[in-house]
Each structure stands twice: as C-alpha cells, then as structure tokens.
Design a protein around this ligand. Sequence first.
Ligand code: MTE
Ligand code: MO
Length: 319
Amino acid sequence: MQIRIRKDWEIGEKEATSEVDYFNRRRFLKAAGLSAGALLGGSVLNGATGGFPSRANALFAGKGLEQTPYDLVTGYNNFYEFSYDKSGPAKLANKGWKTEPWMLEVGGLVDAPFKMDVNELIKKLGGIEQRVYRFRCVEAWSMVIPWDGFELSKLIKLASPKSEAKYVTFTTFLDPESAPGQKGGSIDWPYVEGLTIEEANNELSFLATGIFGKPIPNQNGAPIRLVVPWKYGFKSIKSIVRIDFVKERPLNTWQALQPREYGFYANVNPEVDHPRWSQATERIIGGGFFSGRKDTLMFNGYSDQVAGMYKGLNLRRNF
Ligand SMILES: Nc1nc2c(c(=O)[nH]1)N[C@H]1C(S)=C(S)[C@@H](COP(=O)(O)O)O[C@H]1N2
Ligand SMILES: [Mo]
C-alpha cells in the first residue's frame, strides 16, 4: 500500500478534518522554526487606509444574501504564503509583514505604464465603493463578503492596453522573510494568476482594498487583491505587486501545480466536478450544521453578467 502525504489543496472538503489542520499546523511551524507559543503574540491589522468610508454600490448590494460574520471572513483563510492551515494566516500575516506603504506596478503591452502607491491610485481613480459578492472556493465552501475597492476596468482604462494585449497577469509579492510559506512547499513563488482581457474588463472584476467598510486585513490580501466572484476563489489573487498586459495566456499557479485538477478559467460550475470531489453543493461557512449546505449555482450565480463571455467554449474541457 502506498502512503502519500497530500498537500492541503489536494484534500477533499469532507476529509479536511481538524486532525489534518493540526498536522499541517505542526508541519508548518516546524518548517518555519516556530513553536506554537510564538503564535500568541499581538496582531496588528495593516492595510491601505485610503478612500474610507466607501460608497455602497446599489447594483451590487447583495440583496437576499446573508453576509458571513467578520470573524470568519478574517479567521478562515487560504494564504499559502503564510500557512497551509485555515487559521494560520490571521496570525502569521500579522507578525511584522508590512503592507503599507505598498507600490503597485502596471505594465506590459500598455500605452501608459505606471508604478504607484496604492493609496495614491485609489485617489487617482476617484475613491472606493462597496459591493457584496458571493465567494466560492474550489474546496467546496462558500462565504458572502462585502468588499471595498474599485472596478478593475478603471485601472485598465488608466493603463490603456494596446490591441495586442489579450490577457492580464497578476503577481503577488515575494518576500520569504515576511512570508515563511515562501521558503518552501510545492508552489513556484510568487503566486500568479490571469484573466482574459474581456474577463478583466467585465463589470464584476474588482480590486479590493477593504472588507466590511474597513482596510483589508493582511490575511485577506492587503493592501490590494483581485475579486472575481464567478470563479473559484484561487483566481482571486491576494497582495498584488504587478499587473501585466500580455499576448499569451499565462500559466496560473494552481494550473502549474495540478493541471489535471485546476485550469485557467476556473469558472464556478456545479456540473463539472473536481476529479476528487463534487462541485454540485457547497458548505456555507458560518451556516451551522443543519442549514449549512446549499446547491452551487452556475457561475456562482452571476450567469447574467458573465455567461456571454463563454459562448461556444466547452466548459468541461476549459475548466
Ligand atoms: N497570493 C495568494 N492569493 C490567494 C491564495 C494564496 O494562497 N495566495 N489563496 C486563494 C484561495 S485558494 C482562496 S479560496 C482565496 C481565499 O481568500 P480569503 O482568505 O480572503 O477568503 O484567496 C486566493 N488567493
Ligand atoms: Mo480556494
């Protein structure tokens, strides 16, 4: 019999027990040279302070959606730069990692490349708004989160891409001293994601600098992260330092890691299962034991806004 130690992202939702979390935490602490006690230090939330209070966008008020409690949104995270354990990022991303000031560089096939402080960028783009979106992880859990930030299309307009630009690449920071997860593991750091230019210009594509009307906590991807609510959560890349407009489709981090399981599009689709678990339903984080599961919706409930972009595309093959 073959014994194989699987990574967290290879574990099905049903199998993701507290033992697994405990094992991962211990393994992580060992790798980082830390003891459990080292995690008990104070935590300070840093983030871009610009633009608050945000204006609620009535078109994305999240009518009928029940928001996930703040403590769960900020305490149950995937952020492999810091931890393979859901409760790890809240502690480890707040132990001296500085997310303000923060420069964002925008380049590639554009007429107007720029490198700008995130707070300056917020000012330049006319401030921030709030949108309530569903959020569905490929691991089959979901949340509803009020994000503060601005539409990605505004930044695209500012950069003015050339007609040869067909895709947009997003890159996370690289700083193994601050993010101990980047000292090892299977991921080829830094974490990279991509969208087609049409997807990036879709009205739903959002750059978040806050949640719940406050600066975004480090563990949620301070000071600026992507939010693409019709796609699995791994597309919503955190703590972005570079955005590049490119000709060729980029190889995103999860596709590079497990190409049979994670593709480029990663559109939420209840009819296309993950090779190792069903995507037909999802566990609502904070939903409780009895009312805590629901059917997953095509494109995570955003078909009206996004289905047109995938006409003629085989969604089973282009998963
Ligand atoms: N840089 C970076 N971005 C990332 C991740 C990550 O590990 N590193 N995890 C992704 C995954 S799998 C999910 S589900 C979401 C989680 O976002 P949240 O912790 O704010 O809920 O972030 C995504 N963005
Ligand atoms: Mo995820």
